[in-house]
Design a protein around this ligand. Structure first.
Ligand code: MSP
Length: 485
């Protein structure tokens, strides 16, 4: 039996509808969840919304509604978006749910009892969009390093601090001993450098934010949004439906947090220290994704390129949008997304290299009356031509290697290469010109290949791969990628 698998996305701020950037991270997590489910692992996939803090309270005020009403609306919008994008999350967590709030309060309480929280006053440059303080040297021309249009405000307040600095050596030791903890490796190096340059204690409560979880040992203050949000990955196991099944014991040690590079610091440096301080064990992996631009520009309403992933998928289909994002660049790198690239991928990788191949083989099989061989239906691959057997096994080996290293881009390439091989193979062998008996051997091999391609595509192009598998089963032609007007 394979090990259980637990994958999470960041819990998104419900301050706008999900854009293609949040969809990208969510597609990565969904692809990993689907891969592990297909491999027979018990899998738990969590996403949700991060609903506290001044940003939210302000937005609610602008709309003249209560923060709770505001987050209720957006939590619905997020859930509908993920449903429309065929995201297979097992639960949608919201930080305003009572089970979560109770747990978040426990995490800070335990750190307090362990002597890691103390009162002090703090001054720094506060970016409201990040809900974080910056040093003056972090600012870029007086603007937030993550929000180039926002000017952080110099703020002084008295609140409770977390002894982050105390964990500096322990963290460095953790990264040293667990080289797989932060992936891809280049991000582990970034984190090590950041920690080596020195950690300062940070305020983890807020005196002037009322829309938040009350600090148990200082109820006039609320818990800092990040100290409240990060515990969602664990608080989920306190929900009665999961607690009763001991999901925490099963899934927590296998946790993979998929996060954008913008929030790596919180996940790879703050979260482990918070867990250690409160006496919890650590997640297995922080998987970092880079950012992509759209048509060469940063995504943003002001650039007029805040692409709605649902609108896009209405035109191309969810699978094609997901494919276009995941196959463009390696997880961890930055890249660009454009409509032209989406068109090209739709026509060449999907429609020509796979869709047409698939139909061509189904039609040949029908014409020559070839069935997919019995043993190919089972786990062993029975093919007539050793060249074909080799290509299949090469693709499978690379595919599983890649998935086990979270290399989705490389996994996709291995399937694409198998499809390219099959296209060349059928063109070279020209089975339609051969005697029935001879042709049948070649077509049977090709049937095994298209079945394998569909199986390998299940985590990546779930809906289309399912259709492809059914069409093989029924030996019926199917247009996997219809013409786009
Ligand atoms: N609420 C926090 C996360 C708390 S997790 C305990 C937060 N939310 S967010 O809504 O701002 O989401 C940030 C995440 O969205 C990024 O880390 C990244 O995963 C994703 N992305 C947002 N824009 C993106 C791109 N342009 N490109 C790729 N990913 C993008 O931070």
């Amino acid at each position: 039996m394979n090990k259980p698998f637990y994958v999470t996305t960041p819990i998104y701020y419900p301050t706008g509808t999900p854009h293609i950037g949040s969809a990208y991270t969510t597609f990565i997590a969904d692809t990993l969840a689907r891969y592990h489910r297909q491999q027979g692992s018990e899998t738990f996939f969590l996403t949700g919304t991060d609903e506290h803090g001044n940003n939210i309270a302000k937005k609610a005020e602008e709309q003249g509604i209560s923060p709770q009403e505001y987050v209720d609306n957006y939590a619905d919008i997020f859930q509908n978006t993920w449903k429309n994008l065929n995201i297979s999350n097992d639960f949608f967590i919201r930080t305003t749910q009572p089970e979560h709030e109770k747990f978040a309060a426990e995490v800070i309480q335990k750190a307090y009892e362990n002597g890691d929280i103390y009162p002090d006053s703090y001054s720094g440059w506060y970016c409201e969009s990040c809900e974080a303080y910056y040093e003056e040297t972090d600012l870029v021309d007086g603007k937030c390093p993550n929000h180039p249009t926002k000017s952080p405000i110099y703020t002084t307040e008295t609140n409770y601090f977390f002894k982050w600095s105390k964990y500096q050596d322990w963290l460095l030791e953790l990264y040293e001993q667990n080289p797989e903890f932060i992936q891809p490796t280049k991000w582990a190096n970034w984190v090590k450098e950041f920690v080596s340059s020195g950690l300062k204690d940070i305020p983890v409560t807020r005196a002037n934010v009322s829309w938040g979880v009350k600090v148990p040992f200082a109820p006039e203050q609320t818990i800092y949004v990040w100290y409240d949000a990060l515990p969602n990955y664990l608080s989920i196991f306190e929900y009665p439906q999961f607690k009763s099944q001991n999901f925490g014991e099963k899934f927590w040690p296998q946790a993979v947090h998929v996060v954008g590079k913008d929030i790596l610091k919180f996940h790879a440096i703050l979260w482990p220290a918070m867990l250690k301080s409160a006496g919890y064990s650590l997640p297995k992996t922080i998987l970092v994704n880079g950012f992509f631009t759209v048509n060469g520009q940063k995504i943003g309403k002001s650039n007029g390129n805040a692409v709605d992933p649902v609108e896009l998928s209405e035109k191309y289909g969810v699978d094609a949008v997901r494919y276009a994002l995941l196959s463009e660049f390696k997880v961890g790198n930055d890249g660009d997304f454009s409509f032209d690239r989406l068109d090209v991928k739709y026509q060449s990788d999907l429609s020509a290299n796979w869709g047409n191949l698939h139909n061509r083989i189904i039609v040949l099989a029908e014409k020559f009356g070839v069935e997919i061989s019995q043993s190919a239906e089972g786990k062993g691959i029975l093919v007539g031509d050793s060249v074909v057997a080799n290509e299949i096994s090469k693709a499978e080996t690379e595919y599983h290697r890649a998935f086990n290293n979270f290399e989705i881009f490389e996994a996709i390439q291995s399937v694409g290469n198998l499809a390219s091989f099959a296209n060349k193979y059928v063109a070279d062998k020209r089975p339609w010109e051969l005697e029935t008996k001879e042709a049948a051997v070649i077509i049977a091999d090709l049937l095994v290949i298209i079945k394998k391609i569909a199986e390998l595509y299940v985590p990546i192009l779930p809906e289309t791969a399912q259709k492809a598998l059914e069409s093989i089963q029924n030996r019926q032609k199917i247009i996997l990628f219809p013409k786009i007007d």
